[in-house]
Write a protein that binds this ligand. Structure first.
Ligand SMILES: *Cc1c(COP(=O)(O)O)cnc(C)c1O
Length: 429
C-alpha cells in the first residue's frame, strides 16, 4: 500500500511507515494513492466478520505484509461482535460498543496496537498519549500486555468521569497512568513538548498512536461491511448510514467502504451543536466557530482532523459529494431522540441518538437507515439516567474495573517532572 501526504505530495510512504509516523511532514494526513474496488462483494458479505475483515485489510494493505501476518493481526484485534439491532421497521443501530472499553474506538485502537507491535519488531517503544476520556481507555486496553511496548497516559486530574478513569488506571503492567494537575490542554502540551525533546523521543523510542493513524481507519472500514451483511438481502442496496461525527474518522471509513464497492446509498453526517461540517455542506464555506460543550462530549470538535481525507475522496473522484448531507442536532433534540428510542424499547446514549435524529429527519421512502451506536449507554450513565429517568444496567466490564484500585500516579503540569518520571520508570527497560 502506498500513501501520500495530502499536504506534501512528494512525501510518499508505505503502510508500515504511515502507521509508525502517524502524521506526515507539515502535519499532513496520509492517504492511499490507489483505492481499487473489490470485485467479490456478494461473496464477502456471506463471510463471518473476522474472515471478511481479513480479506478487506489484505486488499487494502497489499503484499507489503504477509497475508498470514495480516490475518493474525485482525484475528487478535477483532475479538468482539458488532451486532445490527433492529430499532423499528427500516431503522437499525450498528452496535460498535461490545469491545473491552465499550466504544467503537476499540476497533481502530486494537488494530493499531497490533500493527505497531508488529512493525516495531520487538524493539522497545514508548507510547505517550493524553486523553480526555475514551481514547485513553481504548489505547490502554489495546496495548495491555504487549511485549516491549510501554504506554504512558496523561489525563487531567478529577476532570473525567470516575468510571472512565477506572477503565484505564486499574490495568497496571505496561500501562502507566498519571493524573496531571491541570486540564486536557496541559496534558496535550506535555505530550507535544516530549515529542520535541530529542532526549526523550530517541532515548525512549516515543510513538504517538494518535487518532489520525491510518491503521485505525482501515479497521473501521470493516464494520460497514458487517452492517450490510446483517441486513435482510432485499434491503442490502437501500442502506443510508447516519454517522455521529466529531473528528470524522468514522465517516471517512464509511466512504472508503463505499469506494471499495459496498452498496451504500448515501451518508448523513450528524453532529451536535459543533456544526462546522453541516454548515459547510450547505453554504460551501468552511467557518469553524469556537467549540461548545455538549452532552455528546466525544463529538465536541469544531475543526475535525479527518475532514481533508473526505475532501481528497471527492477530489480524486472516488465519492460524489451530493451523497453526503449534514444534520446538526441541538441539546434538546438530542434528548428528544433518546426518549423516542426509549419508547421504541431501545436504550441509547447521546452520541448514537444524534445519529438516529439524522435518520428521522432525512430518511426517504424506500431507504433503510442505519445509525452507528458509538458507545455503550453505561459509559454515559449519569446523562442517560437523567434524561430517561430509569437506571442503567452496568456491563460486567465496568462492574469489574469499578471495584479495582486505581494505580495512577500524580504529576504537576510541569515538563521536567514528566521527563524525570519517564526516565525513572521506563529508562532501564
Ligand atoms: C470518538 C467518538 C465519536 C466521534 O467519532 P469521529 O470518528 O471522531 O467522528 C462519536 N461518538 C463517540 C462515543 C466517540 O467516542
Amino acid at each position: 500500500m502506498e500513501l501520500e501526504n495530502l499536504k506534501v505530495a512528494s512525501d510518499k510512504v508505505s503502510f508500515a511507515q504511515a502507521v509508525k509516523k502517524g502524521l506526515g511532514q507539515n502535519q499532513g494526513l496520509y492517504f492511499p494513492t490507489d483505492l481499487r474496488p473489490m470485485t467479490n462483494i456478494d461473496a464477502l458479505l456471506a463471510m463471518p466478520l473476522v474472515e471478511r475483515s481479513q480479506a478487506i485489510i489484505k486488499h487494502l494493505v497489499g503484499d507489503e505484509m504477509s497475508p498470514e501476518l495480516l490475518d493474525e493481526l485482525i484475528h487478535n484485534a477483532f475479538n468482539f461482535p458488532a451486532p445490527l439491532v433492529k430499532v423499528k421497521d427500516g431503522i437499525y443501530c450498528l452496535e460498535l460498543f461490545h469491545g473491552p472499553t465499550l466504544a467503537f474506538k476499540d476497533f481502530g485502537g486494537r488494530f493499531m496496537a497490533q500493527c505497531l507491535a508488529n512493525i516495531s519488531e520487538g524493539k522497545p517503544v514508548t507510547i505517550l498519549t493524553a486523553t480526555s476520556g475514551d481514547t485513553g481507555a481504548a489505547v490502554a486496553h489495546a496495548f495491555y500486555g504487549i511485549e516491549n511496548i510501554q504506554v504512558v497516559i496523561l489525563f487531567p486530574k478529577n476532570k473525567i468521569s470516575p468510571l472512565q478513569e477506572k477503565l484505564f488506571t486499574t490495568l497496571g503492567g505496561n500501562i502507566h497512568t498519571m493524573a496531571v494537575e491541570g486540564d486536557f490542554d496541559d496534558c496535550q502540551q506535555l505530550v507535544k513538548t516530549a515529542f520535541d525533546d530529542a532526549d526523550v523521543r530517541e532515548g525512549l523510542h516515543l510513538n504517538s498512536a494518535n487518532s489520525i493513524n491510518i491503521s485505525r481507519l482501515l479497521a473501521q472500514v470493516c464494520y460497514y461491511f458487517e452492517a450490510i451483511a446483517q441486513l435482510p438481502k432485499e434491503q442490502q442496496d437501500k442502506a443510508v448510514f447516519a454517522v455521529p461525527s466529531g473528528n470524522f474518522g468514522n465517516l471517512t471509513a464509511g466512504i472508503i467502504a463505499k469506494t471499495l464497492g459496498l452498496p451504500i446509498k448515501r451518508f448523513i453526517a450528524s453532529t451536535n451543536a459543533n456544526d462546522t461540517v453541516p454548515r459547510y455542506l450547505v453554504s460551501g464555506e468552511w467557518s469553524p466557530k469556537p467549540t461548545v460543550p455538549t452532552i455528546s462530549n466525544a463529538m465536541d470538535v469544531s475543526q475535525p482532523n479527518n475532514w481533508p481525507r473526505i475532501e481528497a475522496l471527492v477530489e480524486k473522484g472516488y465519492f460524489d459529494k451530493a451523497l453526503l448531507t449534514g444534520e446538526s442536532v441541538d441539546e434538546d433534540y438530542t434528548q428528544v431522540a433518546m426518549k423516542q428510542l426509549q419508547t421504541l424499547g431501545y436504550i441509547s446514549e447521546p452520541h448514537a441518538a444524534i445519529g438516529y435524529r439524522g435518520l428521522t429527519r432525512q430518511l426517504q421512502e424506500g431507504e433503510v437507515g442505519i445509525f452507528l451506536g458509538t458507545a455503550h449507554p453505561a459509559k454515559f450513565r449519569e446523562t442517560v439516567e437523567n434524561v430517561l429517568g430509569q437506571p442503567i444496567h452496568l456491563p460486567q466490564a465496568l462492574v469489574d474495573c469499578a471495584s479495582k484500585a486505581s494505580l495512577n500516579g500524580e504529576l504537576k503540569a510541569d515538563y521536567q517532572a514528566l521527563k524525570e518520571y519517564m526516565f525513572a520508570t521506563l529508562g532501564a527497560k
